[in-house]
Structures are given as structure tokens and as C-alpha cells.
Ligand binder design. Structure first.
Ligand code: 5GP
Ligand code: MN
Length: 346
């Protein structure tokens, strides 16, 4: 049995909304990752089974390695089909906001969602949920929004209605937000849920291969280049930095998602507990910052302090508007500011 993570009041409230709603829109954060797409499609499959008129809308492109997911072809990109998406958002009875805690995380979609009369509910696991939804299902102690979607459907009493396709999406989100169950993954109930998803007939090994072993040759060579030439280790701070310019990405035929996971690699060096990856964005004129840590080092604090960002204790991100040199300078300032925590025993 699963413990009751989501409050009964929230479950009752969602039940009422879903019962009455005909048109439902599901939205998730910019540059959607496996959990964003997995939770959105997991809920989408469920609501389809309840014969709702339901659409998933995302702000922009998601990586190729998520395209195999059942339902992915029906996802509407706001940057491509703004007018159509605006109409769906405006006419929705309920808007489900998945895997984000602030309207700013859905970029250009924020105004349309804020203006819609649709009732808004949040299902998310980031700290500090913003105040833009009537129902707030926010559980930072849970490692993925996809897991919360599973818990929500079960608590509504519809485990039976989860299809194999829905289960595949939920599993994908749980897997990607825990690095294939290698971090934030000590809650034993995760494995109970996986067992339940397996009962739906999912092939978890195939899902792993679909996500992690379908990269291009260029991506692997880019990784080789980065590790050989563009990684700097700061042993005196238990930290590492990697950075990439637009030009370098171009040399390796970069496509979105190709640098996914790079930021984690330096953490495999003994004693490195903090890793930062700076990448000149190919769409916007900014440097995308990814931060990772192991143990108790709060990389989300560094993200907030130095890079206009936030996120989880061990995985966070931000954006920097300036030059690469300036961003590297900020990283070095962060090492000095956080030296004590970086060198702390645990
Ligand atoms: P990633 O490094 O994979 O892009 O992001 C890791 C985590 O950091 C995300 O799950 C999200 O919680 C957070 N994050 C990423 N980018 C941003 C950002 O620009 N602003 C904020 N507040 N959080 C971010
Ligand atoms: Mn997530």
C-alpha cells in the first residue's frame, strides 16, 4: 500500500473539477524534460480514458529522445501554434499545471494561462509553489511529478484505468528525474509504484534504452570534446565546471537535448560534489546554467544567488544574460562564497 501523500481535501477537490470539466488543458515548463512530458502525457492518457476533451500544450520543443512516448505526437507546441493553443487555453474548464511552480517557467504561455477563466490546479515537486492555482498539489519530498500523477490517479480510484501507454509515460518521468533511480530515489514506495506500472505491461528496460541509448554520433563526440577540453576541476573546492559556446555546439551538429546529462558526469570524479554546466543557448540570447550536487550541498541556492534560477537541492538551473567570461567569473565567486559548505564533511 502507498501512503497518502496528497491530502484528502485536494483529492476531493480535483475529483469535483474533473467530474464537471469537459475541456481540459495540461501545460508544463519550457524546454520540457522527461518528467514534464511524462507527467503531462501520463495525466493525458488517463483523462482521455475518461472521455474528456484534453490537450497537452508545451512552450517549446522537447528533446528527440522523448519523441517515442505514446501521445507525444499530439502535444501542441505553443511557439508553433500560438493561436490554436491560445484558444484551447482560453476555453478550458480546467488547466493542469504540471512540473512547475511559477508562471515564469512557462515563458510566453504565462499570459494566456493567467488570463484564462479555466480553473487552475498545480501538480508539482519544486520548492516554493507560486500563488496562481486554486488547487496546489505541491510535494518537494517526492522525486518526480510523474509519481505524483500516479498517486493522484490512484487516489481518485482509477488505477484500473491506467493503460500500458499511460504507465510508460509515468515510468519515463520517474526514471529521468532520478537519473535512472540513482538519486532522490531512496523512497521505497517508488519501487512499489514501479511494480504496479510493470503490472500494466511496460518494458522498463526498453524505456531505458529509448531514453538513454538513442543519441547521435555527434552527441557522443561532443561529450568527448567537452570532457577532454572543456571541463575544469577545482579540487580545492570539490567542484567542477564545463562550458560550451554556440560555435562549439555547431561543430558537432548540436540538436536540442544533446547536452542532457553532461552536467552529471563530473560528479563521477572522486570528491566532486558540485558541478556546473554553462551553455550558450541556441534559441535565446543567454547562457543556460545547469547545476548539480551530491549530498547536502544546496545547488538551488547558488542558482538563485548567482544565476536568476532555482530548483531542487541537488538539481537546479538558471539563466544568465551576459558573456561566457562573466558567467565563469560568477561561478568562481560562487565557489568562494560557498567554500565552507563545499568543503563540509557531509
Ligand atoms: P536542468 O539543469 O535539467 O535544465 O534543470 C534542473 C532543474 O533545475 C529543473 O528540474 C528545474 O527545477 C530547475 N531549473 C532549471 N532551469 C531553471 C530556471 O531557469 N529557473 C528556475 N527557477 N529553475 C530552473
Ligand atoms: Mn520534475
Amino acid at each position: 500500500m502507498l501512503s497518502k501523500v496528497i491530502s484528502q481535501a485536494n483529492i476531493d477537490h480535483v475529483e469535483k473539477w474533473f467530474e464537471r470539466a469537459e475541456k481540459i488543458v495540461i501545460v508544463t515548463h519550457v524546454s520540457p524534460d522527461g518528467d514534464a512530458i511524462g507527467s503531462s502525457l501520463g495525466l493525458w492518457h488517463f483523462l482521455e480514458s475518461q472521455e474528456k476533451n484534453v490537450n497537452v500544450i508545451v512552450p517549446n520543443a522537447f528533446p528527440d529522445f522523448l519523441r517515442w512516448m505514446p501521445g507525444a505526437k499530439d502535444i501542441i507546441r505553443y511557439d508553433k501554434y500560438k493561436e490554436f493553443a491560445d484558444k484551447l487555453i482560453a476555453e478550458a474548464d480546467v488547466i493542469c499545471c504540471l512540473d512547475f511552480n511559477a508562471l515564469s517557467r512557462i515563458d510566453a504561455m504565462a499570459d494566456a494561462v493567467a488570463a484564462s477563466k479555466g480553473r487552475k490546479m498545480m501538480v508539482d515537486h519544486h520548492l516554493y509553489p507560486g500563488d496562481f492555482c486554486r488547487i496546489v498539489i505541491s510535494h518537494p519530498e517526492i522525486s518526480s511529478t510523474s509519481e505524483l500523477v500516479f498517486r493522484l490517479i490512484c487516489r481518485l480510484g482509477y488505477f484500473e484505468d491506467i493503460t500500458k501507454e499511460g504507465a510508460e509515460c509515468i515510468y519515463t518521468g520517474m526514471m529521468t528525474d532520478t537519473g535512472g533511480f540513482t538519486y532522490n530515489s531512496n523512497n521505497r514506495e517508488i519501487y512499489f509504484i514501479i511494480s504496479e506500472l510493470l503490472s500494466k505491461g511496460i518494458d522498463k528496460d526498453e524505456i531505458y534504452r529509448n531514453v538513454y541509448n538513442t543519441y547521435s554520433e555527434g552527441r557522443l563526440r561532443l561529450m568527448g570534446y567537452v570532457l577532454y577540453d572543456k571541463m575544469q576541476v577545482f579540487p580545492e573546492f570539490n567542484s567542477a565546471l564545463i562550458w560550451l559556446t554556440k560555435e562549439e555546439q555547431g561543430k558537432f551538429q548540436y540538436v536540442k537535448g544533446d547536452t542532457e546529462g553532461f552536467v552529471n558526469i563530473p560528479l563521477s570524479i572522486k570528491n566532486v560534489r558540485f558541478s556546473v554546466f554553462l551553455r550558450e543557448d541556441t534559441e535565446k540570447n543567454m547562457i543556460k546554467v545547469s547545476l548539480r550536487s551530491v549530498g547536502t550541498f544546496p545547488c538551488n541556492k547558488v542558482a538563485a544567488d548567482f544565476f536568476n534560477g532555482g530548483g531542487h537541492l541537488n538539481a537546479s538551473g538558471g539563466e544568465f544574460y551576459g558573456t561566457m567570461e562573466e558567467a565563469i567569473g560568477l561561478f568562481k565567486q560562487a565557489l568562494l562564497k560557498y567554500e565552507e559548505l563545499l568543503l563540509a564533511k557531509k
